[in-house]
Design a protein around this ligand. Sequence first.
Ligand code: GTR
Length: 415
Amino acid sequence: FQAVTGYSQPPGFNYDEDKVPPYTLPDPLVTSAGKQVTTARQWAGVRRPELLKLFAEQVYGKTPERRLKTRYEVRSVDSSALGGTAIRKQVSIVWTEYPDLPSLDLLLYVPKNRPDAGKPPVFVGLNYMGNHSISTEPGIALSTRWLPNRPDGKVVNNRATEAARGVQMSRWPLELIVSKGYSVATAYYGDLEPDHAEGWKTGIRSVLDPPTNQKKDGWQAIGVWAWGMSRMLDYLETDSSVDARRAIVVGHSRQGKAALWAGAQDLRFAAVIANESGEGGATLSKRVFGETIERINTTFPYWFCLQYRTYNGKPEALPFDQHELLALIAPRPLYVASAQGDQWADPKGEFLSAQKTDPVYQLYGKKGIGSGDWPPIHQPVGETVRYHIRAGEHDVKRYDWEQFINFADKNFKRR
Ligand code: GTR
């Protein structure tokens, strides 16, 4: 075990491999009735629905079935974005029955030159600080929504200032993505629900499933953000400039958790990428290393359903673990990425979890991670399921995107 120092790691948690208590993981291929799953058909028909229900009832809360009526309002189209290499569109998803509910404001980049004749695949993901934060292009509308204040003064009184443009552009290397022939669709996650305990009051939950009823399996914020990614895809299916059948849902950290849950529920997502998604995301809960269920439920009591709290301090009682969430992505391509400086998210636990999906991918004749050991930094492993750990802190870097794009190139067999 190599201690990684110099990064913020909340004290009082285990970061020592030698101190991980023994744990047993459930076999994804055994049904709740104890039957062995041996075919893809049994997986899809019996086990998969069973697991989806477990994750809804025990972790993320049940997604409301009611569909909101929407109208798509095109706010702008610029056909010479990114130095003339891309078309930039801003489209608002307006919830027509609820005029006071904030719209979900999409920012879409479509490459003008493409390596193949077909429509470009599209990365779909929510951003943390508003669409204006992912690029300094002045044509991007400055978000007027609630945002977390920043010590650098670029967000004050919970509102963005002009200085907030581009503050997270390193996380969205648009030129790179577009130059490789991919589109990107993003929106601010706070359009759906601002990320704080009272956030639901001005978000989608206020109309679809307010938490006031204290339902054990009530919908919570991670579920809302996941749902929002599916609504983005609804729009993309109507936009002829992208190939919505090759939509890759991507998320970092808490949005990585949401991207996994979105991909698990919504089979229209052709691939899923979870960057440093950690606890309640890709990593194993029963492996006690870094963040715990108790801690995440305490710090973020509005992210997961109330039922999840029954596992506080006793992950061994979980009848499943997060490798079975990852298995819900099968047979679609799945990328799990870690960072060495993000011990909080338990990089090794993320790897082991991804590796444990192998038997499920095998049912479909696909090769996942394979039986190798946890790889060293900057050595991606696996095929349909892929994993890397990079040097550096909890963040999204150009290195990560380079791997995601290679992975998409390989798995989407560019037409
Ligand atoms: C942390 C949380 C992690 C992860 C992270 C993030 O505070 O404990 O699980 O979600 O936030 O989203 O950056």
